[in-house]
Design a protein around this ligand. Structure first.
Ligand code: SF4
Ligand code: FE
Length: 495
């Protein structure tokens, strides 16, 4: 099959028998559910833009496995240029959706699993790499969306998997058969899982020999027998249940999505297994996936940041303060912070190098520095946006008030008339446009999109401390000490 269109992608989801639970009940038609649909439209944008000639070079690539044209979200990066294009593609999608478009986790999993399985096979003569290649060809040819599932619930964080009171705190093998394995456990806050055709499961931490049964990676269709998803709440999410497209939603078209993914005795055939007991490779897989996903944030969050800066500038204009020097300076600061994140995303891509399997990997130190900055700068960007927007962003009456014809005034004025009168600003700016931009800012800074822009900036792709551990490991402090000693004239062993 050629590249899917956005419509074909949405229709393809209808064919799945994915079990989705929301507010304590199973949702049969989750594709059209008003709380879920914006997140589907967001993923659909990764399909739509691939058909747009303006973005063809960014959105598509030539498969290294088949030579066929594929969506870049299913690509194995073949060069530093490919890594740069990935970041640019993510910035573009952030700009078009102001949201998390979810499909990157699969792309990052593909590249991490590809190189890691190659190295496991080298050592153990297993056939995980071949399994993975065959799976990826299927993904590329059918243009599928795949969730990269890594984060286990982890239970008592002081204990490794095999010491947990409940073994399901990490996904593990409960039965080994000649034709495959049976797995149990769960993955938390899985971005885009409901909207994915398949999942790739990976371990979430480095493991020791006693954790062998937990050192497992595999692919599984989202509607597999025994698998189900419990949808995560987001701030202000029930506004999506109000009037369709209402202004109070802020961004009625697009949104992100997370879920708890549960595996209750799911059978995985041998050909979809990529790691099964070779525990020393669990850490490699985690490190590589995290590295790619930390690079990703130097693209997607920057694109959303572009929209946020634009919205803040519009709010300033609508309030009539755009010429004030402190407003201009705040917009400059937001841009500076946003472009610094982008610089990190580009830098770790340009410094990428080939893996033994042949695909390209980012510079791990720079990717971790990128994500560490992402845990901080979006908070400052949001603070400045809220400063510029003013308090009305969080105190404004609802759209229903603005359109209400209930008479409240002495001279027959309606609630709508009163809201329009007191929330009007300068000539030429409609009250509705002001409402729209403030609600949009609220959505980005505090509402559903803030899950993806703010809190996900902190915890997504690993919380800040995870990057600091990697920075410590990759920072080559000993090498830096040698530099200092050399110039300072300090010679080891000499008095
Ligand atoms: Fe992609 Fe960013 Fe969402 Fe991760 S947070 S899936 S990188 S858009
Ligand atoms: Fe994420």
């Amino acid at each position: 099959m050629a590249l899917m269109t956005a419509k074909e992608y949405i229709d393809s989801l209808r064919k799945l028998r994915t079990r989705v639970y929301l507010f304590g009940e199973q949702i049969e038609n989750w594709v059209d559910h008003p709380m879920i649909r914006p997140s589907i439209q967001c993923v659909a944008m990764t399909y739509a833009l691939a058909h747009n000639p303006e973005y063809g070079a960014l959105m598509t690539a030539t498969s290294s496995l088949t030579g066929r044209k594929i969506n870049r979200f299913t690509h194995l990066h073949q060069s530093a240029e490919d890594l740069v294009k990935k970041v640019k593609m993510q910035r573009l999608l952030g700009q078009k959706t102001a949201s998390c478009f979810q499909r990157c986790v699969g792309m990052d999993a593909f590249n991490a699993v590809f190189s890691t399985t190659f190295e496991i096979d080298e050592k153990y003569h297993t056939r995980y790499h071949e399994n993975f290649k065959q799976f990826l060809i299927q993904v590329q040819d059918q243009d599928l969306t795949v969730d990269g599932a890594m984060t286990d619930p982890k239970g008592d964080r002081s204990k490794p998997p095999h010491q947990q009171a409940d073994p399901d705190m990490y996904v593990h093998v409960v039965e080994r058969r000649s034709d495959g394995i049976v797995v149990c456990g769960a993955k938390c806050h899985q971005t885009g899982s409901v909207n994915s055709h398949w999942h790739i499961f990976m371990p979430t931490i480095a493991m020791g020999e006693a954790d062998k049964d937990w050192a497992v990676s595999f692919a599984c269709p989202t509607d597999a027998e025994g698998m189900y998803l419990i949808y995560g709440r987001q701030s202000c999410d029930t506004r999506r249940l109000e009037t369709e497209g209402c202004i109070d939603q802020g961004n009625a078209k697009f949104g992100g999505q997370e879920a708890l993914v549960v595996l209750d005795h799911v059978f995985i055939p041998n050909e979809y297994i990529f790691l099964n007991g070779e525990y020393e490779f669990a850490g490699t897989l985690v490190e590589r996936f995290a590295g790619y996903h930390r690079q990703s944030y130097g693209g997607c969050k920057v694109g959303v940041g572009d929209v946020l800066i634009g919205a803040a500038a519009l709010a300033a204009e609508y309030n009539g303060v755009e010429k004030a020097s402190h407003i201009k300076d705040k917009l400059i600061e937001m841009t500076h912070l946003n472009e610094t994140l982008y610089s990190c995303g580009i830098a770790c891509s340009c410094e990428g190098c080939p893996t033994r399997a042949g695909n390209y990997q980012i510079d791990l130190l720079l990717a971790n520095v990128c994500k560490q900055n992402v845990t901080r700068f979006p908070y400052e960007i949001v603070r400045l946006a809220e400063d510029i927007a003013g308090g009305l962003m969080v105190t404004m009456p609802s759209e229903k008030d603005f359109t209400s014809d209930t008479v409240v005034g002495r001279n027959g004025e309606t609630i709508g008339d009163i809201c329009s009168k007191y929330f009007g600003t300068k000539e030429g700016v409609s009250v509705q446009d002001r409402q729209r931009i403030l609600r949009f800012l609220e959505n980005l800074c505090l509402g559903a999109a803030a899950v993806g822009y703010r809190t996900e900036s902190l915890h997504g792709a690993g919380s800040p401390q995870a990057q600091r551990i990697m920075i410590a490991r990759q920072g080559n402090l000993e090498g830096k000490k040698e530099l200092a000693k050399h110039i300072a004239g300090i010679r080891r062993g000499e008095k």
